[in-house]
Write a protein that binds this ligand. Structure first.
Ligand code: FES
Length: 202
């Protein structure tokens, strides 16, 4: 299955500066705790929204999240370090996350990483010099039935192959001027192709 994020790569500041969240985002964040039986239940959604906006989480983001839900900063830090989906350093406009767990591994995740390395010249933990792409190997994305799976800003690209990854990277690079729209369109096409494949349609 696929998941779409609230905000795409193009919605965040290009250089991920140490800026405070904009007013509209702050309003949305402040509204979240009241939607949960306990305010702390909003911690993960708040961290996720902050990361979608900035691309990673800074110490200031973690402090802010803690203040909004009444949780100590040290506990927020523990949460951030526990979940591999949270990042503490800047990433590219298109942060590629290749699942390395068993279902994806037996179905070729290593070839996907090799394809990214060969195409972009980066390995896990690295970012291209132009700041467009970064690569991480991540833990199970919960899409084991559609392995191997690649995630970009909460958009899942499932049943990937070296050929499809090469095409995806080329498409994203060509459309990087409007990163969010390009990612959304590529994600929609990939999801449609997966549906066709599952239905046995050409
Ligand atoms: S093993 Fe890759 S999505 Fe679960």
């Amino acid at each position: 299955m696929s998941a779409a994020g609230q905000a795409g790569a193009g919605d965040r500041p290009a250089t991920a500066p140490a800026a405070a969240p904009p007013d509209d985002l702050m309003s949305a964040l402040r509204a979240l705790p009241s939607r949960y039986p306990q305010a702390r239940g909003a911690l993960l959604p708040i961290l996720t929204r902050l990361q979608e906006w900035r691309g990673h989480l800074t110490p200031a983001d973690m402090r802010l999240a803690g203040e909004l839900v009444g949780v100590a900063a040290a506990d927020v830090f523990s949460v951030v370090t526990f979940y591999t989906m949270y990042r503490q350093r800047p990433v590219g406009r298109f942060p590629l996350g290749v699942c390395r767990n068993i279902a994806c591994w037996v179905n070729g995740s290593e070839q996907l990483v090799a394809t990214v390395r060969e195409t972009l010249g980066i390995g896990p933990g690295e970012t291209t010099p132009d700041g467009l792409f970064s690569l991480e190997e991540v833990e199970c994305l919960g899409s084991c039935g559609s392995a191997p799976c690649l995630e970009i800003d909460s958009c899942y690209f499932e049943q990937q192959s070296p050929v499809s990854v090469k095409a995806l990277l080329a498409r994203l690079k060509a459309g990087a001027g409007d990163a969010a729209a390009t990612l959304a369109a590529a994600h929609a096409d990939a999801a449609a192709e997966l549906r066709r494949a599952r239905d046995g349609r050409p």
